[in-house]
Design a protein around this ligand. Sequence first.
Ligand SMILES: Nc1nc2c(c(=O)[nH]1)N[C@H]1C(S)=C(S)[C@@H](COP(=O)(O)OP(=O)(O)OC[C@H]3O[C@@H](n4cnc5c(N)ncnc54)[C@H](O)[C@@H]3O)O[C@H]1N2
Ligand code: MOO
Length: 459
Amino acid sequence: MHADEHPDAWRWRARTRELLGPLLAQRSRGADAVPAGASGAEPGAVLAVLGGILREDLRSPEDVPGLPVSAMDGFAVRAADVDPAGGASLPVALDLPASPGPAATAGQLPPGAAARIMTGAPIPHGADAVIEVERTDADPHGAAPARILIGPVPGLRAGRHVRGAGEEIARDSLLAPAGTRVGPGLLALAAMLGVTDLPVHAPDPAARGAVDARAPRVTVLVTGDEVLPGGDLPFGQATGAVRDSNGIMLAAAVAERGCAARILRSGDDPAAFLRIVRDAAQDADLVLTTGGIGHGAFDVVKAALGPAGEGTSHFAHLALRPGGPQGRGTLPGPDGRAVPVVHLPGTPVGALVGFHLVVRPLLGEEDLTAAVLLGGPGSPRPPLGRPRGARDAARSRLHALPARLEQRAGEAPRARLLPGRRLAPFATADALVIVELAAGEALPYGESVRCLDLRPAHG
Ligand SMILES: Nc1nc2c(c(=O)[nH]1)N[C@H]1C(S)=C(S)[C@@H](COP(=O)(O)OP(=O)(O)OC[C@H]3O[C@@H](n4cnc5c(N)ncnc54)[C@H](O)[C@@H]3O)O[C@H]1N2
Ligand code: MOO
């Protein structure tokens, strides 16, 4: 919504449960019950490996991202063209959507100019930094302007908000050793890398558990013109297409909790999205959307359901990293019922954090535990992100950090943070440590911290 609205993530979580929980409880119980993961066309086959044990090490066949991409909606520039203290006025020479096809090839940024760019789009040649749209006078949701005024950008340097090739995952790096249990994070990584045949020892069918006919039926609606199902990237990475990882990840997270899941897709056209999401509400107890809720010009979910559209969903940027952009609302369901919808961000790690923090309580899981944060010399220093400006620096925020739990008899559980960036550590994580830190504050090693157990209750 507004760039400076940063609600507390715990309050957002509690309020979402308060508002949407009762609607989920009222659903028509038992109607059209379907087995976990078996409804809809695709999740069934892939979900068959959920809960299995990896037979071989999983190494990344490619760099992620494949080429430098923007981490923000805004304007790609040459850092040298912007005065960190005084800003700049630059003509806008290019408009780069994050969608596949010839229009998305990165292009060349003329000297002294800016290119409008969306989160995930390849950085044009010549540019070396991205200025978030909030720091400019541009309308985030309007047409690309002819010229932009950039305000002061303290700390501006080359590389700002650019995710370099291989920065998230380097080619050949080990993502998960043989023996790892296959969970939603690992499935998402495999999908992201185009690995369609994970070598696993089949999961124990008894451990999978039958779906409770009274469990909620959840529909996952994946959005984004650039997001393509399956392993093939027909447009090639250089055009900004990405493989869908959120669909299978969220369907797996839902299925692990004994609920039926199906996956639907939509592009970036708000009218088409509205048809699909309304249709989804006709036979779902809960709808989850991913993507299209940021600050971009093509944010389809926000455009269709936010204040400029139906006005039935509320969007906010929580003081939470990752997983800041979130939304919630209701959709018209059958018999005049209101069907709850939760809007998760598009970045896979943000969507996964949002699922565990906001969606799980709706599915009836009371899951917060405490663990002692392990650390000391040699502990990984997770990239916590630099504050953006003075107001940002003054604010503390929650950081959600992937970890592994260790439990010794008679002792409190201990959490060891995992190295690696973005989604990669979720291949082996079994816990999410959630700490509140002010900018520059050190991690509270040795202290008790709040923690979400990521393992399914019966797995
Ligand atoms: N100017 C600003 N830009 C952004 C901000 C911000 O504060 N100011 N926040 C960033 C954060 S944090 C996130 S998270 C994203 C959220 O934006 P959206 O929810 O609109 O997500 P998209 O733009 O649709 O996608 C983001 C990213 O993720 C990739 N993606 C999307 N869907 C999938 C999928 N199903 N499988 C795999 N990958 C997916 C997409 O290609 C983009 O790369 O906004 C930031 N920008
Ligand atoms: O990428 Mo965003 O960090 O909130 O999920």
